[in-house]
Design a binder for this molecule. Structure first.
Ligand code: SAM
Length: 351
């Protein structure tokens, strides 16, 4: 069995694909030796394309108003304990200005699905950001919208879109979401985004309630087949005002193991060591980079609203998670042999 797993890892590094039951065997067979082996292969693959560079993105959480009621999420509509906020056009521009001065060349605008953010308002905002900073990339992460809306936002200057698929198993999707949200629409959004020419990111939570290794194998196979430019994965962390408050959190170790496998599936894609990974483990971001991740997304939101974007309990937003503490992040990355760079951080071709 042990020998078989090492063979699978080698084949994955060579061919960037496995069968569904082979992904499941890798997940079920997780043990220290194969973990180290996969991480080593993943780091080599990433270094061949990105050297020792780490890309940074300034994350601006533009608001926590959400019309959805996802069972895992702290900003779900049904959470009456959540103090809602919405940043203004000017406040968002001020975040970008500060971020630009700090050396960020990608801004990620993330928020709940809030009907306030009409296409007109977002297009105005995108044009203003691009006019002030023509050399930055703007990533949106604002949930499900129509194809027409995605097209208008792209035209106004959006470069990338992050929309985690959350799970590639439709039955599992239905257990994590209210019935008005559908797996098919999530997939439709991802397909539309890709066909419109966005750099697209999908992703999923590790250890979400009801998740099995077969489901994770489907997630890996989905990434292989959808071929995104980015993939955001992080451990599920319970939030005390949600129906999943008593569910156990996902682990940093399994998240890192999956990061290594993902890097081998898509050697040149953009793979963040997420805030959730840094929250569940004090060295999570470093562990993520050492497993094959190449992106970190420190928080650039105004300090006054950070605690309100509480997707899960104890979410980090200060120290090296804060854009203002970029030097600390730079030092932490340097201590493991990596360099934070000032760069838009686009996908590089495989040499
Ligand atoms: N509304 C947008 C969307 O649906 O893509 C973006 C915001 S949403 C809050 C961003 C991501 O946070 C989700 O895709 C989900 O994977 C993650 N998230 C939400 N609750 C979480 C939790 N309890 N633990 C870990 N990640 C969580």
């Amino acid at each position: 069995m042990r020998k078989e797993l090492f063979g699978l890892a080698d084949r994955l590094a060579r061919e960037h694909r496995l069968e569904l039951d082979e992904y499941r065997a890798l997940i079920d067979g997780r043990a220290p030796e194969i973990t180290a082996y996969l991480a080593d292969l993943a780091v080599q693959a990433r270094k061949r394309i990105y050297g020792n560079t780490v890309y940074i993105r300034g994350l601006i959480e533009i608001g926590n108003v959400c019309k959805n009621d996802c069972l895992y999420c702290g900003i779900r509509r049904g959470n009456t304990s959540c103090e809602r906020y919405r940043l203004s056009h000017e406040e968002i521009l001020a975040c970008c200005r500060e971020g630009y001065t700090l050396g960020f060349r990608t801004f990620v605008l993330q928020g709940g699905e809030d009907p306030f953010w009409t296409d007109d308002r977002l297009c105005l905002l995108l044009r203003a950001i691009k006019q002030e900073h023509p050399d930055v990339a703007v990533t949106l992460s604002l949930g499900e919208r129509s194809r027409e809306s995605y097209a208008r936002l792209k035209e106004a200057g959006a470069d990338r879109y992050l929309l985690r698929h959350e799970t590639a198993d439709a039955t599992h999707y239905a257990k994590l979401h209210p019935k008005e949200l559908s797996f098919d629409n999530r997939m439709r959004c991802l397909t539309d985004l890709k066909s419109l020419g966005y750099q697209v990111g999908c992703g999923f939570m590790v250890g979400s309630p009801y998740q099995t290794s077969s489901m994770l194998a489907r997630d890996l196979q989905f990434v292989e087949q959808f071929a995104p430019d980015m993939c955001g994965i992080g451990p599920f962390i319970p939030q005390s005002d949600t129906p999943f408050r008593h569910e156990p959190a996902g682990s940093a170790e399994l998240t890192c193991y999956l990061l290594s496998i993902l890097r081998l599936i898509r050697p040149n894609f953009l793979l963040p060591a997420t805030t959730a990974l840094g929250t569940i483990h004090p060295g999570g971001r470093e562990m993520g980079i050492l497993s094959g991740a190449n992106v970190v997304m420190p928080n650039l939101s105004p300090a006054s609203v950070r605690a309100k974007y509480a997707l899960y309990d104890n979410k980090l937003s200060d120290g090296s998670e804060s854009a203002q503490c970029k030097d600390e992040l730079t030092q932490r990355m340097r201590s493991i042999g990596y360099e934070v760079v000032t760069d838009r951080g686009d996908v590089k071709p495989i040499p």
